[in-house]
Ligand binder design. Structure first.
Ligand code: ADP
Ligand code: MG
Length: 336
């Protein structure tokens, strides 16, 4: 069974950043209000995600780490390069199959004197029996020595700095989309983010933006809020006059999910060039909400593409909302 997990791991566990994404999403699914991510050596040596979510009862710990499939394939090294098998939504077993993983949890609703329990996975993939542990209500997943047993995968890892950069970007994307969740990120003992929940309060939202995207973004960005024909757009745009080299400060979410989409990019670029006569380095964090049946976000989970049913309408809404906001904010403030 361990082998099958390793196959699945090839799909979902590419690098520390992809593990962090799976673990943080699990924490969000568990209703966490605060998530702490602690990383050593880019996440390769150690990566721990701790939350204050619903927790997992002792007798379900093993289940969380188990997959159901079996395999006849004899050697893992045969599998390197096989990427056609789909990932089956088994993040924890997959991660456990290519690292040393410990899951520790205490259900939120458990009585005061209930201990937390911790479960590990042995090198051969067998589950250890749960041990009592000290842990506040919630869950910690600790992943150590990523790819220690799959040298072929380890070879694809980049420098500590690069791996951490990817991981930090994953945290940034999630943090922008979840302002109500407190998030802490530490790397090698150094604090990278300490994000208090913003709870819809403008000053706190700006404080989060400053940490995530820099002081100038937080200070200069124009807020966006537009609504029409069942579509809603909100967030921030930073006119290029204020941006330096922010080619990568482009965050667009559709119904809470980050996407990279040609139609969206085109509409944004057009709005910028219409108002400012160029569209170099537009920086933005934008959230588009629309009825679920109007959009297919499942085109390819890894590519972040979407398909809008009324693509023309979405394009025109984005263009006109942003064009109006930029014209107000930039031309309005600058022309006497
Ligand atoms: P999936 O998220 O697709 O169900 P995972 O392998 O990521 O699969 O997680 C397996 C299960 O373990 C989850 O369905 C959930 O019940 C439990 N779980 C994982 N992480 C957490 C967490 N942080 N808090 C509570 N339960 C968790
Ligand atoms: Mg999951």
């Amino acid at each position: 069974p361990h082998l099958v997990n390793q196959i699945a791991a090839g799909e979902v566990v590419e690098r520390p950043a992809s593990i962090a994404k799976e673990l943080i999403e699990n924490s969000l699914d568990a209703g966490a209000e605060r998530i702490e991510i602690e990383v050593e050596q880019g996440g390769v040596k150690r990566l721990r995600v701790r939350d204050d979510g619903c927790g997992i009862p002792r007798d379900e710990l093993g289940l969380a780490l188990s997959a159901h499939a079996t395999s006849k394939i004899a050697a893992l090294e045969d599998l390197d390069g096989i990427i056609t098998l789909g990932f089956r939504g088994e993040a924890l077993p997959s991660i456990a199959s290519v690292s040393r993983l410990t899951l520790t949890s205490r259900p939120r609703e458990a009585p005061e004197d209930t201990p937390a329990w911790s479960i590990g996975v042995g090198p051969d993939g067998t589950l250890e029996s749960p041990q009592p542990a000290a842990h506040p209500p919630g869950t910690s997943v600790e992943v150590r020595e990523l790819f220690f047993n799959t040298p072929a995968r380890r070879k694809f890892l980049r420098t500590e700095r690069t791996e951490f950069g990817h991981l930090e970007q994953v945290v940034r994307r999630i943090a922008l989309a979840c302002p109500e969740v407190g998030l802490v990120l530490r790397h090698n003992g150094r604090q990278v983010f300490d994000l208090a929940p913003a709870g819809g309060e403008t000053a706190r939202e700006r404080a989060r933006l400053a940490q995530l995207l820099g002081q100038s973004f937080a200070e200069q960005a124009l807020t966006v809020a537009a609504e029409a024909v069942g579509l809603r757009l909100h967030g921030w745009v930073l006119p290029p006059a204020f941006s330096r080299s922010q080619a990568d400060q482009q965050y667009f979410y559709v119904n809470g999910r980050m996407v990279r989409d040609k139609l969206v990019a085109h509409a944004v670029r057009q709005a910028f060039s219409d108002v400012l006569h160029h569209a170099r380095h537009p920086a933005f964090v934008l959230f588009l909400e629309l009825p679920a049946r109007q959009v297919d976000v499942n085109v390819h989970p890894a590519k972040h593409e979407v398909r809008f049913r009324e693509s023309r309408q979405v394009h025109d809404f984005l263009f006109s909302s942003l064009q109006r906001r930029l014209a107000d904010g930039v031309l309005g403030e600058r022309t006497p």
